[in-house]
Design a binder for this molecule. Structure first.
Ligand SMILES: C[S@@+](CC[C@H](N)C(=O)[O-])C[C@H]1O[C@@H](n2cnc3c(N)ncnc32)[C@H](O)[C@@H]1O
Length: 412
């Protein structure tokens, strides 16, 4: 089978799509499972095919339905293969003959003629995708008036954001890497930049972190040696920011595998933190903290530009489950703050149930985020929380969707 060039990548992409759409797995997990044995370029291709198929799924299905007499079942293999074939032609500029050779091979023993016919009809007809992907109806309804701008931002994968260890060197890295900066300590590069070959990576001068993801730690300010608990810390982007800002960090996470990546990140950057592998729902600290950053587990719908699987596998049930877990984590974190200490809560979710709708944790006081603490173009909401979404800062390349809130423990 693997004799046809590029077939291995397509086979992996098909399995990844099946895992996301039928079993509700994340695209990252599916990639790790089905593309891990591929060459880096085949792995990149498999991810691109699966990612673009998920990003444009509604529009690809509309094209397929416009060219078939009988509607193909949603989960039938011919539909899945056709979605991939069209995504390659329309999004990845793959020549049709290469798409046909690999696509039909995936259907060996199946309705190849049907797939060939639908594909050729659409290509000959000059069919095209719309300029902006159509969101699944349930997602559009959840995101309400922000659905349009978010969908517009989804049309392309996002740029590459870096967080710098030393903020004072922002202009140096902007010049050296050829990027732009939206705030001190931030550099934005064009999408598709190969990270590991860039100057400063091996030396640990920066790490990859979406600009929105850098905002929660910024809202804790300078540490000056004070103790912060980074609760749910792995793989550690925010932990590195806190350590670089002079905090004495305790980084806790329950995933040993993700903590391995956190330790690698500490080694590469030469920053320090106490690392704790524990379940935050069971763990108890031996002393209180001057600050806590709770970057809670969430549905991650705010990362839809990079992870378009969230458009299809996150539903009301997952949102409700995450909201309940976040509530329990918030309750515990609130008890671990020293008098006068600050709690910053963050989620990379676009769902209000995981953000704005969480009540203030019992026993804490509001510590509203102020406009002057935020980068140009972003404002706090009327309650002093911060909401970002991919449709914001459109001229600068957008940013992930986050919700951030801040509270304070009463003084002693
Ligand atoms: C949003 S990610 C954290 C990202 C991280 N703060 C960063 O900046 O790189 C959420 C993390 O919560 C962890 N997690 C989920 N449930 C947990 C629990 N009960 N106790 C501790 N960690 C948990 C997951 O393993 C995951 O690493």
């Amino acid at each position: 089978m693997a004799k046809i060039q590029g077939l291995a990548a397509r086979t992996a992409a098909l399995r990844m799509l099946d895992a996301v759409l039928r079993r509700g797995e994340t695209l990252d997990l599916a990639e790790g499972q089905f593309a891990k044995g591929l060459t880096p370029s085949d792995r990149g291709l498999a991810r691109a095919i699966a990612g673009e198929t998920l990003r444009w799924l509604v529009d690809l299905d509309a094209l397929i339905d416009s060219a078939t007499k009988d509607v193909l079942p949603d989960d039938a293999k011919p539909r899945m293969v056709l979605r991939m074939m069209l995504a390659q032609v329309f999004r990845l500029a793959t020549p049709p003959h290469a798409v046909i050779a690999t696509g039909l091979e995936l259907l060996s023993g199946g309705p190849r003629r049907l797939a060939h016919g639908v594909f050729s009809t659409l290509v000959k007809r000059g069919a095209a995708l719309p300029p902006v992907p159509t969101l699944p109806a349930a997602v559009a309804s959840r995101w309400g008036e922000r659905a349009g701008p978010i969908a517009a931002a989804l049309a392309e994968p996002p740029p590459l954001d870096l967080a710098l260890k030393n903020w004072k060197e922002t202009q140096r890295w902007v010049a050296e890497l050829g990027g732009v900066s939206l705030a001190p300590g931030h550099v934005r590069l064009a999408r598709g930049t190969a990270v590991e070959r860039l100057a400063g990576f091996q030396q640990g001068e920066w790490w990859v972190q979406d600009f929105a993801a850098s905002l929660p730690a910024r809202l804790l300010g300078e540490g000056n040696g004070r103790r912060v608990l980074d609760l749910c810390a792995a793989p550690g982007g925010k932990m590195l920011q806190l350590a670089a800002a002079g905090w004495q960090v305790t980084a806790l996470d329950k995933s040993v595998k993700r903590l391995d990546r956190l330790v690698e990140n500490l080694d590469r950057t030469g920053l320090a933190a106490e690392v704790v592998a524990a379940d935050a729902l069971a763990w108890e600290p031996t002393r209180q903290f001057e600050a806590i950053l709770l970057d809670a587990p969430c549905t991650a719908t705010g990362t839809c530009r990079r992870n378009p699987d969230v458009l299809h596998r996150v539903h009301a049930r997952q949102i409700a489950e995450m909201a309940e877990l976040q509530e329990r984590l918030l309750e515990r974190a609130a008890r671990w703050l020293a008098p006068g200490g600050t709690l910053v809560y963050a989620v990379c979710s676009l769902e209000p149930e995981e953000g704005e709708r969480h009540p203030k944790p019992e026993g804490l006081l509001p510590a509203p985020i102020r406009a002057e603490e935020l980068p140009a173009g972003l404002l706090p909401d009327s309650e002093g929380g911060l909401r970002t979404d991919p449709g914001m800062l459109p001229d600068a390349g957008g940013l992930d969707g986050f919700f951030v809130a801040r509270w304070r423990a009463p003084p002693a």
